[in-house]
Write a protein that binds this ligand. Structure first.
Ligand code: GUE
Ligand code: MG
Length: 304
């Protein structure tokens, strides 16, 4: 004899599967790359520059290379020693700018302290700036669009589009104001007609701001900083954080900026870490490389 459950079933947020979404995007890119290869006899080329031997950066660069080749694009890796000068990096960038086989240039950040990231980013041909960090691309992002859009915010927008049909009029809170995530994310949400708030380390009463947000994008780099009771019921939560924390027994674990287990019963939809925004970042890098190639090589605007 079984009794009907008395406990109300706990509502759970939709888990936004960034890994699966990124796989689908990479498949579309692969198909388009194959079509363009048959048509034009050339494949888009991405150059990734790694200065030094930071282990995390090495993993990222290797993963980018694997994803690039798997989609049928050409991947070229340039490694410089940690002692490389700014002039060395600028000389390499100039060579890549002039190389007709290279459509995209990514210089992995952070750079060693003797090298100015600003100087390096500004040396990259904006048409090849697949990170979307050059001031020309930043300017286009905040005006009429049409430049190359930073990969992580672009990936976040694609994930949002998968769970929310309309963004217009929604309250969006971006927590974090970095040039590579927070600020471009705010620009994209504004272009999508959201009412955008950008919060940061000096903001007053972050929990109260969060409770107003239909869309919450967390990009602060502090593990589990955003708590469950800060989240507006039904909100869409995009967690950009990739924090490697000590998991004991000499192991590490990747966690986001949002306390995921607390957020799940409150949010309407949420991205996990890992398997959320991270994979989309890499897929959007390939997407930008395709877009850059289409424009540079006169193949026309690619629909990806
Ligand atoms: N010029 C430049 N452009 C970048 O786009 C750039 C950079 N420098 N420096 C470092 C950050 C970091 N970044 C990530 C990309 C993918 C994952 C990713 O795929 N993460 C997986 C997990 C990977 C793991 O297990 O470590 C996930 O979230 O599921 C994470 C982080 C790009 N970055
Ligand atoms: Mg800050």
């Amino acid at each position: 004899m079984t009794e009907a459950p008395t406990k109300e079933a706990t509502r759970q947020a939709t888990r936004i599967d960034g890994k699966a979404e990124a796989e689908r995007l990479r498949l579309r890119i692969g198909g388009e790359a194959a079509r363009l290869l048959a048509l034009h006899g050339a494949a888009p080329g991405l150059a990734v520059v790694l200065v030094g031997e930071d282990p995390a950066s090495q993993v990222y660069v290797r993963n980018k290379g694997i994803a690039t080749r798997a989609a049928g694009l050409v991947s070229v890796e340039h490694r410089l020693p940690v002692s490389a000068s700014q002039a060395d990096v600028l000389a390499l960038v100039a060579t890549l700018n002039a190389d007709p086989a290279i459509d995209g240039i990514l210089v992995q950040l952070p750079l060693p302290q003797q090298i100015s990231a600003k100087a390096v980013i500004e040396a990259i041909d904006p048409a090849k700036d697949v990170d979307g960090f050059h001031p020309v691309n930043t300017g286009r992002l905040w005006t009429d669009g049409g430049g190359l859009v930073p990969c992580t915010p672009q990936g976040c927008m694609l994930l949002l589009a998968g769970v929310r049909e309309r963004l217009a009029g929604l309250n969006a809170l971006v927590v974090g104001r970095s040039s590579i995530v927070g600020k471009p994310m705010a620009a994209l949400l504004l272009a999508a007609d959201c009412t955008v708030t950008v919060a940061h380390s000096r903001s007053r009463d972050l929990p109260a701001l969060a409770r107003q947000a239909d869309i919450l994008v967390a990009a602060v780099g502090r593990p589990a900083m955003i708590r469950g009771d800060w989240i507006r019921p039904g909100a869409t939560v995009i967690d950009v954080g990739v924090n490697r924390i000590d998991a004991g027994q000499g192991k590490t674990r990747l966690v986001g900026d949002v306390a995921y287990d607390e957020a799940v019963p409150v949010a309407g939809a949420i991205t996990p870490v890992p398997g959320g925004v991270g994979p989309m970042t890499i897929a959007c890098l390939l997407r930008n490389t395709m877009i850059a190639a289409g424009r540079r090589r006169g193949w026309g605007e690619l629909d990806l």
